[in-house]
Design a binder for this molecule. Structure first.
Ligand code: FAD
Ligand code: SF4
Length: 486
């Protein structure tokens, strides 16, 4: 432990966000720099608990108390070594993770948690600035060839691990550039794409071969991939958006969230000139209260929407941890993102009944409020509240209702792979699908989840592939005990 009394001396402190009126004028990262001395004080708040529940709360088993101690003592290279031992891409998780580790931090029982995510981000950014993050090509090659399909965080992790184990890795990506949702889903104000490109360049220098614009199942069929490679790993994500098939759905101006977010990211990257779906001057209604909905809200503000309204069917969660969701588990409580802070209104218990329009274009939405019936403290079913019907103005509607699983009609069908009861790719504990030599990881296997889980799955699948190819593996096994998935 860096400083035994640190948690009593220092309050939790995070970097400031840029003022709302300034940041909605651009797509740059929203946080201001944080002084190193302040960060050291934050690391001093770690109590180095005998049983570090933060470590179990992190899906990667990150060695949090160890790096907090190193940061407090100014041993930055040692902190980096501990961080990279379990996390391939802390520059992504340090910006984007909802930090289940912080909900599991012992300090959070009766005080604000240690700022674990911010410390993680600072370690890796300091390391990049100092030139300590260098390509790590393998010292020898095994002669085995692996195809990784999909280049989101699970595919990138799996490729990096397998390449470091000495296998020749080719990543097939159907999009124009690698990164998956890191590039085409998540807005720049959460992750500037230079951060992603910096990592991709290192991976190329390490020997990973990226082939973009190649769709497995179409440009390369499944059986030919299996014939040309010793193993294939499907990291194709959970890409089928959940629809809202209610009257009026056919009207123009109603779009899936990803059409809107991807369009903006492509324009910022210079891949497209114009926004196909745009919020400028429009009354925007975002249906769905999760991460994707929040990203639509932040992007709408930046595009100059006239107004932004957000609906969520579920009830408003409490601000504090509910009693039936005790520490150290991940609690369902009210989360206010930087995008929510920027404006618009949020409404809970809202059921969307019908889209209304004129001349084929949406002009409004009819809703009704619902009352939730709880069982064991959780909402299980709802009833409509008579007389609570309302019509809202809307000339752009964004559906952010989640995703229903991987596309099952392409490479999955060609290889005749088993799906689980939720429509995701079914694997054993070794991440191998029903076809020997074909593996799966990330959202395609688990359903839409988090970046930290995608990285964890990529690491586990790589170890499964390495064991399959070599009969043994030096790739690290997961550390720490998992808390239930967020
Ligand atoms: C808008 C949005 C915001 C999010 N924000 C956050 C956040 O802030 N924090 C967080 O932790 N998580 C967030 N998530 C979730 C997170 O992005 C995902 O859980 C994560 O990206 C999953 O990684 P993956 O590698 O499994 O899949 P993906 O990132 O979806 O990558 C899959 C890749 O496979 C490619 N592909 C698919 N089929 C084929 C094929 N047949 N051939 C070739 N390539 C193919 C796709 O083009 C894509 O590049 C967000 C999700 C969305 C949609
Ligand atoms: S990856 Fe996420 S859960 Fe793990 S230490 Fe970092 S912020 Fe916490």
């Amino acid at each position: 432990m860096g400083k035994p009394t640190g948690f009593m001396e220092h309050d939790r402190q995070l970097p400031e966000r840029r003022p709302v009126e300034q940041r909605v004028g651009d797509f740059r990262e929203i946080y201001r720099p944080f002084a190193e001395t302040d960060l050291r004080d934050q690391a001093a708040r770690c109590m180095d608990c005998g049983v570090p529940t933060c470590h179990a709360g992190c899906p990667l088993g990150n060695r949090i108390p160890d790096w907090n101690d190193d940061v407090y003592h100014g041993r930055w290279e040692a902190a980096l070594k501990q961080l990279l031992a379990t996390n391939n891409f802390p520059e992504f998780t340090g910006r984007l993770c909802p930090a289940p580790c912080e909900e599991a931090c012992v300090l959070s029982i009766n005080a604000p948690a240690v700022t674990i995510e911010q410390i993680e981000k600072t370690i890796i950014e300091k390391a990049f600035a100092a030139g300590w993050v260098r390509p790590l090509p393998p010292s020898r090659r095994t002669g085995k060839k692996v195809a990784v399909v999909g280049s989101g965080p699970s595919g990138l992790t799996c490729a990096q691990q397998l390449n470091r184990a000495g296998h020749q890795v080719t990543v097939f990506e159907r999009d124009a550039r690698p990164g998956g949702l890191l590039r085409y889903g998540i807005p720049d104000f959460k992750l500037e794409k230079g951060i992603l490109d910096r990592r991709l360049e290192l991976m190329q220098q390490e020997g990973v071969d990226f082939r973009c614009g190649v769709q497995a199942g179409a440009d390369r069929d499944g059986p030919s991939l299996c014939a040309d490679f010793d193993a294939v790993v499907l990291c194709t994500g959970s890409t089928r958006p959940r629809d809202l098939p209610i009257p009026g759905r056919e009207l123009a101006g109603i779009h899936f969230a990803m059409e809107f977010l991807t369009g903006q990211n492509r324009v910022l990257a210079g891949e497209e000139k114009h926004l196909a779906v745009q919020a400028h001057g429009r009354q925007v209604v975002v249906i769905g209260g999760g991460d994707t909905g929040s990203d639509c809200i932040g992007t709408s503000h930046r595009q100059g929407a006239a107004g932004v309204v957000n609906f969520e069917l579920l009830p408003q969660p409490p601000v504090d941890r509910p009693q039936n969701q005790p520490w150290p588990f991940w609690p369902m409580r009210l989360r206010t993102s930087s995008s929510h802070e920027e404006g618009g209104s949020r409404h809970w218990n809202i059921l969307t009944k019908r889209f209304v329009g004129e001349n084929g274009r949406v002009t409004g939405i009819e809703t009704v409020e619902v009352d939730w019936i709880e069982e064991n403290g959780r909402p299980v079913r709802f009833e409509e509240i008579p007389g609570s019907e309302k019509t809202w103005l809307a000339d752009l509607v964004l559906l952010a209702l989640g995703f229903t699983g991987p596309e099952a009609d392409t490479v999955v069908a060609q290889l005749d792979l088993d799906l689980d009861e939720r429509g995701n790719l079914h694997t054993g504990d070794d991440y191998m699908t029903s076809r020997p030599g074909v593996f799966a990881a990330g959202d395609a296997r688990s359903g839409q989840s988090l970046i930290v889980w995608a990285i964890s799955e990529g690491r586990e699948a790589a170890r499964g592939v390495d064991l399959f190819l070599m009969g043994r593996s030096d790739l690290p096994q997961k550390e720490g005990a998992d808390l239930p998935r967020v």
